[in-house]
Write a protein that binds this ligand. Structure first.
Ligand code: HEC
Ligand code: HEC
Length: 299
């Protein structure tokens, strides 16, 4: 009996030690990736000064989801508040806070490259969707950011917890955008219009959730309680039967083709309801043209 107890005791010590070593390894590996410095000196596009620039920039910020994460007044918003996973807020971008100290170079580096002023990757800021923003859209965005009234709101400091670090090391969550951005990419030069080509440009904003192939499925890094993103490809398990009017209703009103209300806490209808008629037509034309793929297949 005493022998058995001794053996159990030793095994438990071994397990605890192994766990401790594992956690230290995860901590060191994640720390190394988070501390990587990217030397990026982006060029700043001309900031338009015509009377419509701020309004256009507001539209870009709305449909690209900036205001979903940074708050509708851009004065910060909570994204994840979980001690084990992470605590992450979209920072205050108004002159009241960090926005006041960020130069245009800092802004472009953050938006296109996902890299902060200290050269490290930002957390969770989806710059892989913004690196291709046209010079026009980026210039209008800067005009909008410059125009913001100060908001006095300070979100808590961002930090990644043990589960977040484990998922990062296992490459299960796109926590460090600078690792996912093609830093050599040139801004796109889309011709604005109700075309599939322009739809492809706009649809970058959907891929973070609906996936690279648009076939939907579990959204990387979200808790299991999140619903799967829908399949947007012209597959029978996707939007094969959908008319343009169906898509418009889903994006504008948050109502699916069968009349079901979409779960707008997850599908950002707050952003998509502002898409113009031409933008919806462009997205529809593009989503008709992508390969039909069964739901959830992201190769
Ligand atoms: C999915 C949520 C999300 C979206 C969408 C998003 N951001 Fe962010 N953004 C963040 C988070 C989180 C951070 C802070 C990361 C950190 O502190 O490491 C951030 C950081 C930034 C920074 C750097 C701030 C600083 O102090 O260095 C800028 C600038 C910025 N975002 C602008 C934008 C703009 C403009 C858009 C839209 C084109 C946008 N963001 C869309 C989540 C988001
Ligand atoms: C933050 C994540 C996220 C983003 C960004 C996002 N979606 Fe969604 N979308 C979802 C989720 C989750 C669902 C499923 C909601 C449900 O089932 O209630 C969904 C559902 C949909 C549906 C309904 C499909 C159906 O079968 O009912 C359409 C259409 C859609 N999204 C289009 C888009 C388009 C177009 C964009 C880009 C402009 C986009 N979504 C951006 C998460 C997102």
């Amino acid at each position: 009996m005493r022998k058995l107890m001794k053996w159990i005791g030793r095994s438990m010590v071994a397990v605890v030690l192994l766990l401790a070593v594992g956690l230290v390894a995860v901590y060191l590996l994640s720390e190394q990736r988070m501390a990587r410095v990217y030397a990026i000196e982006p060029t700043v596009p001309p900031v338009p000064v015509d009377p419509g620039a701020v309004e256009r920039g507001l539209h870009v910020a709305t449909i690209r989801g900036c205001r979903d994460c940074h708050g509708s007044d851009m004065g910060s918003g909570t994204l994840i508040d979980d001690a084990m996973f992470a605590r992450i807020s979209g920072p205050n971008l108004t002159p009241g806070a960090s926005g006041g100290v960020l130069s245009d170079v800092d802004l472009v580096r953050a938006i296109r490259h996902g890299v902060g002023r200290n050269g490290r990757s930002l957390l969770l800021m989806p710059s892989q969707e913004f690196v291709g923003l046209s010079e026009q859209d980026m210039g209008d965005l800067l005009a909008y950011l410059h125009s913001l009234p100060a908001v006095e709101r300070t979100p808590p400091e961002n930090r990644v917890g043990p589960i977040g670090r484990i998922l990062l090391v296992a490459d299960q969550v796109p926590l460090l955008p600078a690792e996912h951005v093609d830093h050599a990419a040139k801004p796109e030069q889309p011709v604005v219009g109700a075309t599939a080509e322009y739809g492809a440009y706009l649809a970058a904003a959907c891929q973070g959730c609906h996936g690279k192939t648009f076939a939907g499925g579990h959204i990387a890094g979200t808790p299991p309680s999140w619903p799967d993103a829908a399949n947007l490809t012209p597959d029978p398990t996707g939007l094969a039967e959908w008319s343009e009017a169906d898509l418009k209703k889903a994006l504008r009103e948050g109502i699916s083709r069968d009349g079901r209300p979409l779960q707008t806490e997850y599908m950002p209808v707050s952003a998509t309801k502002h898409l113009t008629d031409d933008e919806v037509s462009a997205l529809y034309a593009y989503l008709r043209s992508v390969p039909a793929i069964a739901s959830g297949v992201q190769q």
